[in-house]
Design a protein around this ligand. Structure first.
Ligand SMILES: O=C(O)c1ccc(O)c(O)c1
Ligand SMILES: [Mg+2]
Length: 629
C-alpha cells in the first residue's frame, strides 16, 4: 500500500521534514497548513518542492469547525474553505480533511450537517477536489466514525467521503469492527497512530502523546484489518502528534514511522494472507533464545582491571582469538569477550566511549532470517573486514551505535568459539555458579526509548512490559523490559532525562547510550555469594534500612534475612515466585554486574529494589563535577 505521513509528525523546518520523510521511504505526505506558513515560497513552490522529493501530497489539513453553523457564520465557513481550495489547487493536492466541529455555535442533526457537506461537495467537485470528514473523539456532536459515516452517507455526494483515524476510534474504545459496514470507496483516507494507555482527556492525549503504531497500547492491527475488509485501497498515513517527536531528530522519527508501517502491514499480512498489501516478502519476527556473548572494548590497562573483576566473578580466561587482541572469558553458558584491538569497530567504540560494551551476540532461531527481517525493516546492517578463518556473522547496528551480532545453533555460526579462538586453561579460575546471562540493561536518553522498543519488537519476536518509573536521588529513570514470550531472552532499557541520575551520569560520561549492567543467573545465590566472597569479590553495600523495610514487606525468616543482609542480597516477589539479586560495585563510568536467582518463574526485574540499588551505587561513584581518574 501507499505510505504517507503528516508533516506535523516530524521535527524541523519544512525542507528538513521533506528530506527526512523522503529518505525514510514514504510515498506521500499530509500537509499541515501550519507547517508551510513559515516556508519562504509560494504554495506552488511548495508543491514543486514536494514533487522534487519524489513525494505526493495526499491530504491537506486541517479545517476545523466548518459544519453546523448558521447565517453569516455559515457563509464565512464556506468562504474560508474556498480559500483552502485555492491553496490546494496550487499545492497540487485534491483532498481536504475537515475534522468534526467543537464550535460553540454549531448545531447538530444528521440532515442539517449532511446538507452542509452536500453543498461543500458540489463546490469541491467544480474544482476537481474532494473533502473528507473525520470524527474527533471530543467533537461536539460527531465523536466517532459511526457518526461521521452517517453524515457522509446522507450527504450523498461523490466528492464527500470519510476519513478514518485510528486514534479517534481506538482511544475512545469504539469497536473497530464497526468500520466493516462502510463501503471502501467512501473511505477517502486513513490516518494511523498509536497511543499509550494513560488515563487523561482524549484531546490532550491526542495532541501530545500519540506515537507510532506498535509503540503504544492501541490495537492498530484490528483497526487496519477492519479497514482493509472494506476494500479500501488508499494511502496508510501516519498522523502522529507528539511533543517529544516534535523536538526529536527528524531522520530518526521518520525512519521509525516507516518501520512501524512496514511492521504493521507485515503483521496484518500474517493474519490475512490473501490481502494484496504490495509489501516485499520478509521473514516472520525471529525468536531470540538468549545472549550468546557480550563484548567489551577496552585498552590494555582497563582490560587488565576488567579481567581481574571477571576472575573474582568466577570466570576463566578460556580462549584467545586466532589473530586479534581479543580474549574470551567463560563461566557456565556465559561468554564475555574483551577486545583491545588498535583498529576496527571495537577500537572506534573505545575511542568514542571509553571501556564499554560495544557488541552483544544474540542467540536467535535463524540468524539469516533475522538479518533479512532487520534489513526489510530499515535497520542498518553492520559488517567488518574478515580475517582468515573468521566467520561471517550477520550483524546490525543497535543502541548508541553498538553492534548486535546474530548467531544461531543451526548453522556453522555455532562453531564460532572453536573456530576463531584458541582454547586456554585458566588455573586461577574459581567458578561461583553463574550459569547464563539473565538480562542486560541498556541506558539511553528517555526520548530514544520508543525508537529502540520498536527496533527490538519489530525485528524479533519480543514483548515489552509496561514502563516503570524508578526514583533516583537525582531524578526519575524510566525503565521497561523487552523479553521473549518464554523469558529466555531479556533486556531492560533505562531512559534518562537528567544527567544527575546515576544512569544519566553514565550516558553523559560515556558519551552515549550503551549497556550499563549485565545480570547473570545462578540457581543458588547464597552459595554463589559465599564463593564470590572467597574470590575477593566486593558486593555493592546495601542500606541497613533496606532490610528493615524488607522484613516488613516480605515473608522471609530471620536467618535468611540475616544472610541476605550479610551478602547484600535484595529480594522481591511476584505472583509466580521470588527474586534474589546482588550487585557489584560500579566500575569505570558506572558500569556494574548483577547476580540474580529466579525462583518458581518470577518474571520481573526487582523494580521495588531499583531505588535502593541506584542510591547504593550512587554513594560509591565519584561526586558530580569531579574529573575522571
Ligand atoms: O486535534 C485536532 O484538532 C485534530 C485535527 C486534525 C486531525 O486529523 C486530528 O486527528 C485531530
Ligand atoms: Mg486525524
Amino acid at each position: 500500500m501507499k505510505t504517507s505521513i503528516a508533516t506535523v509528525s516530524v521535527s524541523g523546518d519544512f525542507q528538513e521534514k521533506l528530506t527526512a520523510i523522503a529518505n525514510a521511504g514514504f510515498d506521500g505526505i499530509e500537509i499541515f497548513e501550519q507547517d508551510f506558513i513559515t516556508f519562504d515560497g509560494a504554495p506552488r513552490d511548495v508543491g514543486r518542492l514536494v514533487a522534487d522529493h519524489g513525494l505526493t501530497i495526499d491530504l491537506f489539513q486541517p479545517v476545523r469547525d466548518f459544519e453546523g453553523l448558521d447565517g453569516a457564520a455559515r457563509t464565512k465557513a464556506f468562504d474560508r474553505i474556498e480559500r483552502k481550495f485555492d491553496l490546494m489547487s496550487e499545492l497540487g493536492t485534491d483532498l481536504l480533511l475537515i475534522s468534526s466541529s467543537t464550535h460553540a455555535q454549531a448545531t447538530g442533526g444528521v440532515d442539517r450537517l449532511a446538507d452542509d457537506f452536500n453543498e461543500l461537495g458540489a463546490r469541491a467537485a467544480k474544482r476537481g477536489l474532494r473533502v473528507g470528514y473525520e470524527a474527533r473523539a471530543w467533537g461536539k456532536y460527531v465523536r466517532d466514525h459511526r457518526d461521521a459515516w452517517d453524515i457522509v452517507r446522507h450527504a450523498d455526494h461523490a466528492s464527500v467521503g470519510l476519513i478514518l483515524d485510528s486514534f479517534h476510534t481506538l482511544a475512545a474504545k469504539v469497536d473497530p469492527d464497526t468500520i466493516r459496514d462502510i463501503p471502501g470507496n467512501k473511505i477517502f483516507h486513513v490516518q494511523l497512530s498509536d497511543a499509550p494507555h494513560i488515563d487523561m482527556g482524549l484531546e490532550y492525549l491526542s495532541r501530545h502523546f500519540r506515537n507510532m503504531p506498535g509503540e503504544g497500547d492501541l490495537d492498530i492491527v484490528s483497526f487496519l484489518r477492519a479497514v482493509m475488509a472494506t476494500g479500501y485501497a488508499g494511502p496508510l498515513s501516519l498522523e502522529i502528534l507528539n511533543d517529544q517527536f516534535r523536538g526529536g531528530s527528524a531522520r530518526v522519527i521518520a525512519a521509525d514511522g516507516h518501520r512501524s508501517l512496514v511492521k504493521l502491514m507485515d503483521d496484518l499480512r500474517r493474519i490475512e494472507p490473501d490481502l494484496d498489501l504490495d509489501l516485499p516478502a520478509m521473514p516472520a519476527p525471529v525468536d531470540v533464545r538468549g545472549v550468546e556473548f557480550v563484548e567489551f572494548a577496552a585498552n590494555e590497562k582497563e582490560a587488565g582491571t576488567l579481567g581481574k573483576m571477571l576472575h573474582t566473578l568466577g570466570f576463566s580466561r578460556s580462549g584467545q582469538h586466532i589473530h586479534k587482541a581479543v580474549s574470551l572469558w567463560t563461566q557456565g553458558d556465559i561468554n564475555i569477550v574483551i577486545n583491545t584491538e588498535q583498529e576496527g569497530f571495537a577500537h572506534s567504540a573505545y575511542v568514542m566511549h571509553g571501556t564499554c560494551v560495544c557488541d552483544v551476540g544474540l542467540n536467535v532461531a535463524d540468524a539469516q532470517a533475522a538479518k533479512a527481517r532487520a534489513q526489510a525493516l530499515g535497520a542498518n546492517l553492520f559488517s567488518q573486514r574478515l580475517g582468515e578463518g573468521e566467520l561471517n556473522i550477520p550483524a546490525v547496528r543497535g543502541v548508541g551505535g553498538s553492534v548486535l551480532h546474530l548467531l544461531d545453533k543451526s548453522s556453522n555460526l555455532a562453531q564460532v568459539w572453536d573456530q576463531e579462538f584458541m582454547q586456554m586453561v585458566d588455573k586461577d579460575a574459581k567458578p561461583v555458579g553463574l550459569m547464563r546471562i539473565d538480562h542486560f540493561a541498556e541506558t539511553m536518553k528517555h526520548d530514544e526509548m520508543l525508537t529502540w522498543t520498536l527496533f527490538y519488537t519489530s525485528i524479533f519476536n519480543l514483548e515489552r512490559t509496561p514502563q516503570v518509573d524508578v526514583a533516583d536521588p537525582g531524578g526519575v529513570v524510566h525503565s521497561r523490559a523487552i523479553q521473549s514470550p518464554d523469558g529466555t531472552f531479556r533486556l531492560t532499557m533505562n531512559g534518562v532525562e537528567s544527567h544527575r541520575t546515576f544512569a544519566g551520569r553514565f550516558v553523559a560520561d560515556s558519551f552515549g547510550s550503551s549497556v550499563q549492567h549485565i545480570a547473570m543467573e545462578t540457581d543458588d545465590i547464597f552459595a554463589t555469594a559465599k564463593a564470590l566472597a572467597n574470590n575477593g569479590f566486593e558486593s555493592l553495600p546495601m542500606f541497613e534500612n533496606y532490610y528493615g523495610e524488607l522484613a516488613a514487606r516480605a515473608d522471609v525468616d530471620a536467618d535468611t534475612l540475616a544472610e541476605m543482609q550479610a551478602h547484600n542480597i535484595l529480594y522481591d516477589e511476584d505472583e509466580h515466585g521470588a527474586f534474589l539479586q546482588m550487585y557489584s560495585k560500579p566500575y569505570g563510568e558506572g558500569f556494574f554486574f548483577e547476580i540474580v536467582q529466579r525462583v518458581d518463574g518470577y518474571d520481573g526485574y526487582g523494580a521495588v529494589n531499583a531505588s535502593a540499588r541506584t542510591a547504593a551505587l550512587k554513594r560509591l561513584s565519584r561526586p558530580a563535577g569531579m574529573p575522571r581518574t
